[in-house]
Design a protein around this ligand. Structure first.
Ligand code: SAM
Length: 282
C-alpha cells in the first residue's frame, strides 16, 4: 500500500559530456524515483539506458513547464518521489525547472539537490581567474543592442564573469567584449568540457579573438567564456572625461580618444563615446 506522506522532488545533475560523471548517488535516485521529469525524454532516455535505469519519464521544458507543474505537484502531494533532470548539467542553471521549484517551495514540499556537473563551475574551476567572488551571467541577449547594454552594465564589475556562449555567436560576442571591456582583459574559453575534444584556452580577449579566427576547425561544440573582472584602478567616467577634455584642446575627437586609450588603458568604445560627446558640446 502506498504511504500517504508527500514525496520529494530531487533536482539531479547529469553529465555535461562524460557519462562517467553521473554520480552513484544520482544513479541510485534516478533508479528509485517514481517519475523523472526531463527536458528532452529521448535524450535522457539514452543516458538512463546506458545505466540500465528503467524509469518512467515525462517531459518538462520551457514551453510546457507551466502546464506540467500542477500535475507534478499533485503527484508529489500523493507521495510520489520525482527527479528533475535537464539535457546536461544542473537543472535550473540556464535550464528549465524554476517554476516547478518555486511552486514546490510554496506548497511546502520536500526538495533535495543531487549535485554534480555544471558547465559554469567546471569552466571556472580551470579558468585560473579569481573564484572567491564571481558572477554567472548565463547567455547574453541575442539582439546586439540589448547585449551591448548588458555588457556596458558589466564593464566596471570587478568579480570574475561567467558566460554561456552559443558557438556560432562567439566571434561576435568576443568582438563586443573587446569593444566594451578592452582587448587586454584576461579570459578563459572552455570548450567541450569533459568530452573527447575538450580545449581550454587562456589569454586576453584579444588573444582569444585571434585564436578563434585561426582555428575554424574548433567552431563547433559547447562553450563557456570566463572573463576576468575590471581592475580596481580602472579610470572612472569623471576621470576619463577630464582626460579627454584636456586632450580635445589640442586634437580632434578621434585622436583624443586614441590618446586616452593609450594613457588610461580604458576600452576604446568608452573613450570614443566620451570624446564624441564632449566634442559635440564644444
Ligand atoms: N544546466 C547546464 C549546466 O549546468 O551547465 C547548462 C545548460 S545551458 C542550456 C547549455 C550551455 O552550457 C551551453 O550552451 C554551453 O555554454 C554550456 N555547456 C554545456 N555543456 C558544456 C560542455 N561540455 N563544455 C562547455 N560548455 C558547456
Amino acid at each position: 500500500m502506498k504511504e500517504t506522506k508527500t514525496g520529494c522532488l530531487f533536482v539531479v545533475a547529469t553529465p555535461i559530456g562524460n557519462l562517467e560523471d553521473l554520480s552513484p548517488r544520482a544513479q541510485q535516485v534516478l533508479d528509485h524515483v517514481d517519475l523523472i521529469a526531463a527536458e528532452d525524454t529521448r535524450h535522457s532516455g539514452r543516458l538512463l539506458a546506458h545505466f540500465n535505469i528503467d524509469a518512467s519519464l515525462i517531459s518538462l521544458h520551457e514551453h510546457n513547464e507551466t502546464e506540467r507543474t500542477s500535475g507534478l505537484l499533485k503527484r508529489l502531494h500523493a507521495g510520489d518521489n520525482i527527479a528533475l533532470i535537464c539535457d546536461a548539467g544542473t537543472p535550473l542553471i540556464s535550464d528549465p525547472g524554476f517554476r516547478l521549484l518555486q511552486e514546490a517551495r510554496r506548497a511546502g514540499l520536500a526538495v533535495s539537490p543531487i549535485p554534480g556537473p555544471c558547465a559554469a563551475l567546471a569552466a571556472l574551476s580551470v579558468a585560473g581567474l579569481p573564484t572567491d567572488r564571481f558572477v554567472f551571467e548565463g547567455f547574453l541577449p541575442a539582439k546586439t543592442a540589448a547585449r551591448m547594454q548588458r555588457l556596458q552594465g558589466l564593464a566596471q564589475e570587478q568579480r570574475t564573469l561567467v558566460f554561456y556562449v552559443p558557438v556560432h555567436q562567439l566571434a561576435r560576442q568576443l568582438g563586443n567584449m573587446v569593444e566594451v571591456f578592452g582587448e587586454h582583459r584576461v579570459a578563459t574559453l572552455a570548450r567541450e568540457l569533459t568530452k573527447l575534444h575538450e580545449t581550454i584556452s587562456h589569454g586576453t580577449l584579444g588573444d582569444l579573438q585571434e585564436l578563434w579566427q585561426r582555428n575554424p576547425s574548433q567552431h563547433k561544440g559547447e562553450l563557456v567564456l570566463v572573463v576576468g573582472g575590471a581592475q580596481e584602478a580602472e579610470t572612472t567616467v569623471d576621470e576619463l572625461q577630464q582626460l579627454v577634455s584636456i586632450l580635445l584642446e589640442n586634437m580632434g575627437p578621434k585622436q583624443a580618444a586614441q590618446s586616452a586609450v593609450r594613457i588610461s588603458g580604458c576600452a576604446r568604445n568608452r573613450a570614443y563615446k566620451i570624446a564624441l560627446e564632449l566634442a559635440g558640446m564644444r
